[in-house]
Design a protein around this ligand. Structure first.
Ligand SMILES: *Cc1c(COP(=O)(O)O)cnc(C)c1O
Length: 394
């Protein structure tokens, strides 16, 4: 494949070479089942234990056994929500609070729970893409079993006041979960300081292998089984451990967390330069709060064009970007996230998400700044919608 600029790090990331190297022996020499009693299995068990301790340390979890390995962010979210729902149901609490712009792993799980008799309140996220702690306080009821609010949004990158939100939930004795898939490895995450009860993460969003994730569960929360079977993951999530995946995830996370200060200073500069430059395009806008957002996230709308056509043109010019989340591509509906911050359908259609990571350079930004404006101009010159906008405003 010829050279291209990868600007879709919120969808997935490349595998860290160090993580890849660390995984290799567990595919070949050390293939033993971590649960077996001979030395070969013992080596796998040691690797799993070590990885659990490393991951716990990266998010400042008190103990390695607060970390449960799962197959990814979606599974962690499903377990946290269905598990908390079951715990709530035992006390006759059947109300759950979340927000309008969660990932589908949350929203669709909530729809499922709604079909099973739960009542769901989705909080507004306002034009800045941020949940208001006061509104959460007002929404909590006697029968609220769980509050789940994402840490950082995967489309517009806005970062939520998680510590405050968790405090409010706890004031009312309600469990608090956060989908931190976009936060872990990208910004500092300290589960004790935030005082969250459960937190989801996904390995492939921080240069670890795909198909791996973890759920942090605070001590004292007795989450029901996710998968019935063997005694793995303290008997709660059965199935032979994915030793190479677990090792790769831990190496990638440690590396990502160590790089955060240096990387983020660089990314913020690149992000702000790109935003300034793209905002010079007529009838363009930035989506989500300018300050409380992930260092590598740029999400813009250009009126009068279709996001999809823009993406195809960018691809032809060697730029990998996205118009929302990978999960909604293939559908013609505008992003639920952009609608949640109040954008009208026709504007939400012309959105572009560029998400940068460790491998991106200032040269990438130069190239993108040079490439996008003529493409927008060309697409607008062919767009009846743009013609209408120009007429209406002349
Ligand atoms: C990617 C993502 C998920 C899903 O994670 P997988 O590991 O792909 O299942 C969940 N939530 C958010 C916010 C994400 O960005």
């Amino acid at each position: 494949m010829s050279k291209f600029i990868y600007a879709d790090n919120a969808a997935t990331t490349s595998l860290s070479p160090a993580a890849f190297e660390a995984m290799k022996p567990y595919f070949s020499e050390f293939y033993g089942n971590a649960s077996s009693l001979y030395k070969l299995g013992g080596q796998s068990q040691k690797a799993v234990d070590n990885a659990r301790a490393v991951i716990a340390e990266c998010i400042n979890a008190p103990k390695p056994n607060n970390i449960f390995f799962v197959s990814g962010g979606s599974e962690a979210d499903n377990w946290a929500l269905k598990g908390a729902a079951e715990l709530g149901e035992r006390k006759n609490k059947k109300h759950i609070i979340s927000s309008k712009f969660e990932h589908h792993a949350i929203l669709h799980t909530l729809e499922y729970l709604e079909k099973h008799g739960f009542e769901i309140t989705l909080l507004d996220v306002h034009e800045n893409g941020i949940v208001s702690p006061e509104e959460l306080d007002k929404a909590i009821r006697e029968d609220t079993a769980l509050v789940t609010i994402m840490f950082a949004n995967n489309e517009i990158g806005t970062v939520q006041p998680i510590k405050e939100l968790a405090q409010i939930a706890h004031k009312h004795n309600v469990l608090f979960h956060t989908d931190a898939v976009q936060a872990v490895g990208n910004i500092p995450v300290d589960v004790q300081d935030l005082d969250v009860d459960m937190l989801s993460m996904s390995s492939h969003k921080f240069h670890g292998p795909k198909g791996m994730g973890a759920l942090y569960v605070k001590k004292g929360i007795r989450l029901p089984n996710l998968i019935h079977g063997g005694a793995q993951e303290r008997g709660l999530r059965a199935g032979t451990e994915n030793t190479p995946g677990i090792v790769g995830m831990s190496v990638a996370l440690k590396e990502a967390v160590e790089k955060i200060p240096e990387k983020n200073a660089r990314l913020e500069k690149m992000r702000d330069r790109l935003i300034e430059s793209l905002l010079k395009i007529d009838r363009s806008r930035i989506n989500g709060d300018r300050i409380h957002r992930l260092p590598g996230n740029v999400n813009m709308c250009f009126e009068g064009i279709e996001g999809e056509s823009l993406l195809l043109m960018l691809d032809l010019n060697g730029i990998c970007a996205s118009s929302g989340s990978a999960c909604t591509s293939g559908s013609l509906d505008p992003s639920h996230v952009l609608l949640s911050i109040g954008l009208p359908h026709e504007i939400a259609h012309g959105s572009l998400r560029l998400t940068f990571g460790d491998e991106n350079t200032e040269e990438d930004i130069d190239y993108i700044i040079k490439t996008i404006p003529p493409i927008v101009e060309r697409l607008r010159s062919m767009s009846p919608l743009w013609e209408k906008i120009v007429k209406e405003n002349s």
